[in-house]
Design a protein around this ligand. Structure first.
Ligand code: XLS
Ligand code: MG
Length: 345
């Protein structure tokens, strides 16, 4: 069982900007975030393409790769690695109606250009993982796209990614509802299906995010188990949600401790990490959190994971087997509740 390695992204330390209000914390310089990530015990960094190369839209392909190499040197300076690079295909006006499922050729071409540069950036940062959060792949107006045609277009876009770099591995991060409310790839099952139809399914896996499963009305641990069963859980984004509403990216475990326990348990039981997979956090500081302590949500998430891991390691599998044999699962359930509440310690 490998030691779990934790990663976060620069966007996890943000100004607090949201739909209903402007930022309320000062912008923290990129290098300071990287330095602090190392200080608080992160092992690696997740990137959007423009987290690494902010002005990439206005740079040549060579300049982009050169700039990314300087970012790699910064990671090396702080003893961190890059987990993945995600093309940010939801900000630019070209992606307003989707990127890989865009209806206009110039928009689709932009999406592929950004994706190929993301691969160049990933290579410069020393990772072969490209993460696709398919933010706008769907429709806001149902009749705006032909769903069958666009789902096949999404598959073909992934085929172009696989062809661009024979060593790249694609992690699809499914999400059902934001910013597009009719997502073409909203759950783990959708992502597995799309990946299985690509030109090289062996290079397409999943990143399961706790909140995205919850927003689908599904159980995060079971979504992770589905991907693990088929060797397709190549990343996770751990966080939490207070039910099915907007994406909250709350600190891992703070809303539903037992759901978090089962995520840690399924990862531990299946040796997640042995093939280099990372425990990615995708968490946001509460709007009320002041600038003087705005990494607390990351520190807390890692700590809660580690505390739950101690509980997992004490789980009594013999007792579980006995309860299952007796079909007395309520006895098992109370054992788990007491384990989580520290009654037995
Ligand atoms: C949005 C996604 C996003 C990706 C990285 O909901 O979780 O944070 O993980 O762009
Ligand atoms: Mg995420």
């Amino acid at each position: 069982m490998a030691k779990f390695r934790f990663t976060v992204g620069p966007w996890n330390v943000h100004e607090g900007t949201e739909t209903f209000g402007p930022g309320i914390r000062p912008t923290i310089p990129f290098e300071e975030k990287i330095k602090r990530f190392a200080e608080i015990g992160m092992d690696g960094v997740q990137f959007h393409d423009d987290d690494a190369v902010p002005d990439m839209n206005n740079m040549s392909d060579k300049a982009i790769a050169d700039y990314a190499r300087d970012v790699k040197a910064l990671l090396d300076k702080h003893g961190l690695f890059a987990e993945f690079v995600a093309p940010r295909l939801w900000f630019d006006h070209h992606t307003s109606d989707g990127a890989y499922t865009a209806s206009r050729k110039e928009d689709f071409d932009f999406a592929m250009w950004r994706t190929f540069r993301s691969i160049d950036i990933a290579r410069a940062l020393g990772t072969n993982k490209i993460q696709l959060w398919l933010a706008r792949e769907g429709t806001l107006v149902a009749e705006g796209k032909n769903p069958v045609e666009k789902i096949l277009q999404l598959r073909d876009a992934i085929n172009q990614i696989l062809a661009y770099d024979p060593g790249i591995r694609v992690l699809i991060e499914p999400k059902p509802n934001e910013p597009v409310d009719r997502s073409y790839c909203g759950t783990a099952g959708h992502a597995l299906a799309v990946g299985s139809q690509t030109a090289d399914p062996s290079r397409v896996g999943l990143c399961i995010e706790s909140a995205h499963s919850i927003l689908s009305g599904l159980d995060p641990a079971n979504d992770m188990a589905l991907a693990l069963a088929f060797g397709k859980l190549w990343g996770v984004h751990l966080n939490d949600q207070n039910g099915i509403r907007f994406d909250q990216d709350k600190t891992f475990g703070v809303e539903n401790l037992r759901q978090a326990f089962n995520q840690v348990k399924v990862l531990y039981e299946n040796n997640f990490g042995d093939k280099g997979e990372c425990v990615g956090l995708d968490v946001k500081a509460a709007r009320t959190q002041g600038p003087e302590d705005c990494y607390r949500h990351i520190i807390n998430s890692k700590r809660i994971f580690e505390l739950l891991l101690e509980k997992v390691k004490r789980f009594d599998y013999a007792f579980q087997a006995q309860c299952v044999k007796e079909q007395n699962l309520e006895k098992l359930e109370m054992y788990v509740m007491e384990l989580l509440m520290g009654v037995d310690s």
